[in-house]
Design a protein around this ligand. Structure first.
Ligand code: COS
Length: 381
């Protein structure tokens, strides 16, 4: 159960998203265009700095409020939802949590001003097997020499820096992984071509390449060998935001189908008069509400400082599967018009939501994380 202040906050956020973000959503998808014009309004609202303390220029909020922002952004525009989720949870969080004071002072004020940060974990051969990183960073006298490539990077062409994982031992048996903050303007850092995607087409996804990139020694994030855990801890939080994104997308599809069912007349009455349609709408609403409760609970657990990794995996798993199911049902209710682009957002949502079952860990990985926790708890009883 969330507090009244969160309901009030949602109303404010919804008004902003509907007036400022929604009008461009269909065009961004159609043109595969990143919404540069949205960055200032989102920054002014504080949505680019929800996890950044005030001393670095941020407007920090609790995690329920952050989830509401990602949910409401995604309700009208999935591409904006994923950009916010990646920047806050995967870009700002690890610098705040694991960075030195100098790193926080260097990066967080820029991030709070709306300059994007990216997160480089995935590689062509290291997806679910996040520890299979092949990118190498070898320590030289006065720098790290970084070589490798990262793929599926959200905001890759826009981000001014990326938190990237790399192996720091030449011994292939050794899984020593360390994280680095790599600046876009360093020699050897380059961005591949923007991907042409099924959904979230307004979000900016590309490869990053590091070719003999000489990173200063102080680009190292935290301790040597701690990178894998840092990445997984970061994903524990990020998965709440991907759940919130799926929830917002599903909510958008549901509202579209509900409204249409009350307007569309067949056999002399709106199709919503049919019990068959009513039952589908009831299931959609119930599943969305259950997903919402899981996401807010995971958010509250994170803020309470209790272990929440298995819970964020549950929230992401459930919300992303609900988002997919709900958007598919919305298409069925809309029928042929649902398959057209333009007037109704259902087909765009159906394409956008699929990524929520893949990004930041597939549904299979979420089940693995949850099952490991269940079995570990059993062992400890
Ligand atoms: N937080 C902190 N530490 C964690 C952790 C977490 N959430 N999960 C695992 N660890 C620790 C383990 O405790 C273990 O520590 P020790 O070596 O000290 O014992 C270490 O990390 C290795 O863990 P494990 O052996 O479980 O690693 P696996 O290689 O089996 O991988 C999974 C575990 C599959 C859960 C992990 O690789 C994963 O989440 N993969 C999906 C990655 C992903 O989401 N990719 C998409 C990125 S899109 S941005």
């Amino acid at each position: 159960m969330i507090e009244q202040k969160h309901h009030d906050f949602r109303n404010q956020v919804r008004e902003f998203m509907e007036s400022t973000i929604a009008p461009l959503a269909a065009a961004l998808d159609e043109e595969q265009r990143f919404p540069d014009e949205h960055m200032k309004p989102l920054t002014d609202q504080g949505y680019m700095s929800m996890l950044i303390p005030e001393k670095y220029g941020g407007k920090p909020t609790d995690t329920v409020s952050y989830s509401i922002v990602v949910e409401e952004a995604s309700r009208v525009c999935g591409s904006t939802g994923i950009m916010l989720a990646a920047h806050n949870s995967l870009g700002c969080f690890p610098i705040l949590k694991f960075g030195s004071e100098a790193q926080r002072e260097k990066y967080l004020p820029r991030a709070a001003k709306g300059e994007l940060l990216a997160f480089g974990l995935s590689e062509p051969d290291a997806g679910s097997d996040a520890g299979g990183t092949r990118t190498m960073a070898l320590k030289q006298d006065d720098h790290w020499l970084v070589n490798g490539s990262k793929c599926w990077i959200t905001s890759a062409t826009k981000a001014f820096a990326t938190i990237a994982s790399a192996r720091t031992s030449e011994n292939p048996e050794d899984r020593e992984i360390t994280c680095f903050i790599l600046d876009k303007d360093w020699d050897g850092y380059s961005v591949g071509k923007k991907e042409n995607k099924l959904g979230l087409r307004g979000s900016d996804t590309a490869f990053l390449h590091f070719d003999d990139l000489k990173a200063p020694l102080d680009s190292q994030l935290g301790e040597i060998g701690e990178g894998f855990k840092q990445m997984l801890i970061t994903l524990d939080g990020g998965r709440i935001s991907i759940g919130a994104m799926a929830l917002g997308l599903g909510q958008g599809a549901f509202e579209c189908a509900l409204k249409y069912s009350a307007e569309r007349v067949q056999f002399g009455k709106p199709i919503s008069y049919n019990q068959g349609i009513q039952h589908i709408l009831a299931d959609m609403a119930t599943e969305l509400e259950a997903a919402r409760l899981l996401i807010y609970e995971a958010s509250q657990m994170k803020d309470a400082g209790v272990p929440f990794g298995h819970y964020s995996a549950m929230a992401k798993l459930y919300a992303s599967e609900v988002g997919r199911r709900v958007s598919e049902k919305a298409l069925s209710i809309l029928g042929s018009v649902g398959c057209l682009t333009g007037e109704y957002s259902a087909e765009r949502i159906w394409r956008d939501v699929k990524l929520c079952e893949i990004g930041e860990g597939t549904s299979e990985i979420q089940r693995l994380v949850i099952a490991r926790k269940l079995l570990k708890d059993l062992q400890n009883t």
